[in-house]
Design a protein around this ligand. Structure first.
Ligand code: DX5
Ligand code: ZN
Length: 209
């Protein structure tokens, strides 16, 4: 099980939070980008994100909650990216976006909101490298996991194994010690508040692992 740490909600400033995450043995830094349109919140502009993340040693798991991902994709392609993920709810833009991410030599992901059916992912399952199943409604850290989203992970794992698809499965939102043992079918867990609202990131990470 890999862990991607989200710095969306933290006791510290973003730069200090990232410094502390870098000192742990986590697998990825999860970067939540919100544009105030796809979701109400705004996190980082392209320039702010580039400045903050240009020297990271950890690979980045970039989660784009934005209406027009193309310029973000181009800009972030120069960072140390593990996965670049856009939302399936963008509809007919998705095909081109996956193509562009792949052209840049980056692994492409699709994120799916709690209320969206996994059937919407069907046309892309043989092409994508990563699926972020949202455990919460996107927009804010520190929300409780919606239990029904766990079944999506199980079904997508079943589909992958039955069809030889190659995507990795990620659960994003609401991961803590109470929910952790229901999430063994995921390959990657995004964990934010549980780690970054604590004083000892590494020990929280060890507990989740
Ligand atoms: C929600 C984000 C998150 C989430 C993770 O919109 O995508 O990555 O905040 O943080 P916690 O662990 O606080 O739910
Ligand atoms: Zn996220």
């Amino acid at each position: 099980m890999k862990i991607a740490v989200s710095f969306l909600k933290s006791k510290l400033e973003k730069a200090d939070t990232i410094k502390k995450i870098e000192e742990t043995d986590c697998d990825y830094i999860h970067v939540d980008i919100m544009d105030g349109k796809f979701v109400d919140n705004i996190t980082l502009s392209i320039d702010e994100a580039l400045e903050l993340l240009k020297n990271t040693t950890k690979k980045l798991d970039i989660h784009l909650m934005v209406n027009d991902p193309l310029e973000y994709i181009e800009a972030f392609s120069h960072l140390n990216v593990a996965y670049l993920t856009v939302h399936i709810e963008l509809g007919n833009k998705v095909d081109e976006l996956i193509g562009r991410i792949h052209e840049l030599g980056i692994r492409a992901g699709l994120a799916i909101n709690p209320e969206t059916s996994i059937d919407d992912l069907n046309p892309y399952l043989d092409r994508i490298d990563y699926i972020i199943v949202m455990g919460v409604t996107p927009g804010a850290g520190g929300q409780p996991l919606i239990p029904e989203t766990i079944d999506k992970i199980k079904e997508l794992k079943h589909l992958r194994d039955g069809n030889c698809y190659h995507y990795s499965l990620c659960l994003d939102g609401g991961v803590n010690l109470e929910t952790r043992n229901t999430l063994d079918d995921a390959d990657v867990l995004v964990c934010g508040t549980f780690i970054c609202m604590s004083d000892d990131y590494q020990s929280r990470l060890d507990e989740i692992r």
